[in-house]
Write a protein that binds this ligand. Structure first.
Ligand code: SF4
Length: 433
């Protein structure tokens, strides 16, 4: 969600005439988009901000902005007092305060002697780069549900991003249309519980209905969505994933733990047996699907035996991707207020490494079965000498090629497999794609 917010801010800044700078020291505007999901993320953001303070002291014209969870959805008085050298603050998913600040600054200061950079032109009083010259990613993140109303015991998001709000479907379609005009080939629809899209608004479609509408966009090659919650995945949604070829066969549905008492303490709203049944239902309805999960180790009170239930769940289900975190209490959440953080750090690390090693084995075996197969890859970018892209199941694939493969969907023959990525060669001529 933060990446999506940053992308939207970047295109709004681009429309104002700003362009990406190679070095932070040369920037006119620096915005930190922050996360508070874990303490380490918050510490990192504060550290980064204080490292930017000397730049601001040297150049008072530099605009320093802070956005996201650290600013929060409600009051901002505390953070403003704590960081007086920051010029502008914006809550999650709302870049307007930054844009308004910059427009005012542009207008009042330098607009008359401003030399438009090469390629830019004035449009209704704003300096813009013509659409076809903007540097666009192949894949774009599109928030469709803001906030979350679920309130899991450990989670700061409902406090920081507010209650669940679905975005207007027409606005989403128009947003995607404008992106495909600029050569975006894949959209990733985002929500904290993405499958709850439309349920808060009577006249909006469900996520399945929205996917059918988005699928009509001829410029798009792929559609993804994340993150699902085990209680909200409908058969209608699974059938749409199976039926629409542009909708990728990959579901991100976090388990968080495999023990019923831990799940109850987390206020997740399902049991281990229900999660296992759900995975079976997803696999039955969507042949070839890949499934990702999130797991938190070391939740308050988690015993060795309870942790073993999580290991057993993963070992039995053999999911494709695991996003792993060690529990860290977030101020104001239910678990922070009522449950002592009693699992020692070294035990959290040990559990973390146990899951990591298990997943490495599972992923290695699953990928090894792909050796010699031909898979479709959407290529996104070239890093050093290799192009990288993803299969429809989210496997990361590298291919060596001197041709421009950006945005191309091509068959690739897999020649090497590892736990986290695959290497292959093109199985078709990209010039005829
Ligand atoms: S579903 Fe739970 S973990 Fe996910 S954003 Fe909402 S409160 Fe947080």
């Amino acid at each position: 969600m933060n990446v999506a917010d940053s992308q939207r801010l970047a295109s709004a800044l681009e429309r104002l005439g700003y362009s990406e700078s190679a070095k932070v020291e040369e920037s006119d505007v620096i915005v930190l988009n922050t996360c508070m999901v874990r303490q380490s993320a918050e510490d990192k953001a504060l550290g980064r901000l204080s490292s930017l303070k000397p730049l601001k002291e040297k150049n008072p014209n530099l605009v320093l902005g802070l956005m996201g969870c650290m600013v929060g959805f409600r009051g901002q008085a505390d953070i403003r007092k704590k960081l007086p050298y920051v010029d502008v603050f914006a809550p999650p998913s709302d870049a307007k305060p930054i844009i308004d600040y910059l427009i005012e600054k542009q207008t009042t200061e330098a607009i008359n002697d401003f030399q438009p950079p090469k390629g830019f032109r004035w449009e209704s009083g704003t300096l813009v780069l013509p659409k076809n010259q903007r540097k666009r990613a192949v894949s774009a993140n599109i928030p469709i549900v803001y906030g979350c109303s679920h309130a899991c015991a450990y989670c700061i998001i409902p406090y920081k991003r507010g209650a669940e709000r679905s975005r207007d479907p027409q606005e989403i379609i128009e947003h995607i249309n404008s992106l495909t005009e600029q050569n975006v080939k894949e959209v990733v629809l985002l929500g904290q519980i993405v499958d709850r899209y439309g349920l808060d608004m009577e006249e909006y479609p469900t996520l399945a209905g929205l996917l059918r509408e988005i699928d009509k966009n001829e410029g798009l090659k792929r559609i993804r969505f994340l993150t699902s919650h085990p209680n909200w995945i409908t058969d209608e949604l699974l059938d749409v994933v199976r039926e629409l070829p542009k909708v990728m066969r990959h579901i991100e549905v976090p388990a968080q733990a495999g023990n019923d008492e831990v799940l109850r303490n987390m206020r997740r709203g399902y049991t281990d047996a229900e999660y296992r049944k759900l995975i079976e239902r997803i696999r039955d309805r969507i042949p070839g699907v890949s499934i990702g999960t999130d797991i938190i180790v070391g939740f308050p009170g988690e015993t060795d035996a309870q942790f073993q239930d999580t290991v057993n769940q993963l070992r039995d289900l053999r999911l494709d991707v695991v996003h792993l975190a060690r529990y860290s209490p977030r101020t104001g959440t239910l678990s922070e207020r009522t449950m002592p953080d009693d699992v020692p750090d070294e035990v959290k690390w040990e559990r973390f490494r146990t899951i990591e090693a298990l997943q490495e084995t599972i992923a290695t075996e699953k990928h090894a079965a792909m050796l010699g197969a031909t898979v479709e890859v959407l290529f996104e970018e070239k890093k050093k000498h290799r192009w990288q892209g993803r299969t429809e199941n989210m496997d990361l694939v590298f291919v060596e090629s001197d041709l421009d493969l950006r945005g191309k969907l091509l068959p690739v023959k897999i020649e090497w497999t590892g736990p986290w990525s695959l290497i292959g060669s093109l199985a078709a001529d990209p010039l005829v794609n």
